[in-house]
Design a protein around this ligand. Structure first.
Ligand SMILES: NC(=O)c1ccc[n+]([C@@H]2O[C@H](COP(=O)([O-])OP(=O)(O)OC[C@H]3O[C@@H](n4cnc5c(N)ncnc54)[C@H](O)[C@@H]3O)[C@@H](O)[C@H]2O)c1
Length: 325
């Protein structure tokens, strides 16, 4: 099989690239990325791998890349910044919606059989049912959430009109090595600058579910083997069975950084949210994907802890003369 991964130089995408390159069923893995939030550092170790190819392209611009052919498209490129989407909505629509239309056009022209799309728990907004099942009404409260919902519908329209087979994965908060955004990164940066004081966006009671990136990669591979529909779209939540508060995350980060006596300063927005568009409570119902045989191997807490350990170790290796971990 020939795979194309958009956003393959990003956090989740680069872990997927790694898994596909070692998977015997994939004869080629092509990454398309404009490096807007991703980095070549995430993929440079594959440069000499004959199965691997990198295309520096902006998916929001039509181009020759749209005549690529392949078997499976993993569409992971997007601007993942939920808070930033409210500040700069056009950037979010451009990278998340226009890019998806162009990627689907490539899939249609290039005879791709299967599309796997990284959607998000934010499509549910403030869910009335928690844990939230896939058939829950979709009412996003951030621009980012809207862009993901529109992108889902773009994929549905292409799948149903042109006979493509698509899987939409609604991901909870994904964390792990190479993470570059979100609450753990925010806390780590703030505490590296000032180890005595931590500004917490929101009232700290926000409670959400976290899933380790290795569990997400496994979900992609299991779904590909067992749950691609004969036609149309199949939708799965990918998350954890537990959740964790922002305050608990702060204490894990402080503990793993070896800090003590840190003062918390809360800056709550409306109803204790972290910012406009922040969903305060998020726990996905994962029964459907568990029926495929997949289950998360890390709890939310373990996933958070593994991420902060990675960040601490990376910072320590940078300060060592040989730079080795
Ligand atoms: N990390 C999470 O918690 C999370 C949760 C739910 C969904 N997702 C989704 O998973 C996907 C990957 O997220 P991530 O956390 O790895 O983010 P990331 O920023 O690390 O990866 C996104 C990649 O897409 C690339 N990209 C963005 N716009 C592009 C464009 N116009 N053309 C080409 N490349 C472009 C970036 O350079 C980057 O490499 C995204 O679609 C995101 O919305 C992530």
């Amino acid at each position: 099989m020939r795979a194309v991964i958009t956003g393959g130089a990003g956090f989740i995408g680069s872990h997927l690239v790694e898994a596909l390159l070692t998977h015997e069923r994939f004869q080629s893995v092509t990454v398309i990325d404009n490096l807007s939030t991703g980095s070549l550092d995430n993929v440079k170790r594959y440069e000499n791998n004959k199965k691997y190819r990198f295309l520096l392209q902006d998916l929001a611009r039509e181009g020759e890349w749209m005549s690529l052919s392949g078997d499976i498209l993993f569409h992971y490129a997007a601007d993942p910044d939920v808070r930033g989407s409210v500040i700069d909505p056009l950037r979010s629509f451009r990278n998340n919606v226009i890019s998806t239309i162009n990627a689907m056009e490539m899939a249609r022209r290039g005879d791709f059989n299967v599309i796997i799309f990284a959607s998000s728990s934010t499509v549910y907004g403030d869910a009335e049912i928690v844990p939230t099942p896939e058939n829950h009404p979709l009412k996003p409260i951030s621009v980012y959430g809207w862009t993901k919902l529109i992108a889902e519908e773009v994929i549905r329209s292409y799948a149903e009109t042109y006979g493509l087979r698509a899987v939409i994965l609604r991901l909870a908060n994904v964390v792990g090595p190479r993470l570059t955004h979100g609450v753990i990164i925010d806390f780590f940066r703030k505490l590296s600058n000032d180890p005595k004081r931590l500004e917490i966006l929101g009232d700290g009671t926000q409670r959400k579910s976290y899933v380790h990136v290795s569990d997400v990669v496994r979900a992609n591979l299991i779904i590909l083997e067992r749950a691609v529909p004969e036609k149309g779209v199949n939708i799965f939540n990918v998350g954890n069975e537990d959740w964790i508060t922002v305050r608990e995350i702060a204490s894990i980060v402080i503990n793993e950084m070896g800090l003590r006596d840190v003062d918390y300063i809360f800056s709550p927005s409306d109803e204790g949210r972290g910012w406009v568009g922040d969903v305060k409570f998020m726990l996905l119902d994962i029964k459907k994907i568990k029926n495929t045989g997949w289950k998360p191997l890390y709890t939310s807490e373990e996933a958070v802890r593994d991420t902060i350990r990675y960040l601490v170790e990376k910072a320590a290796s940078r300060s060592r003369p040989d730079g080795e971990p």
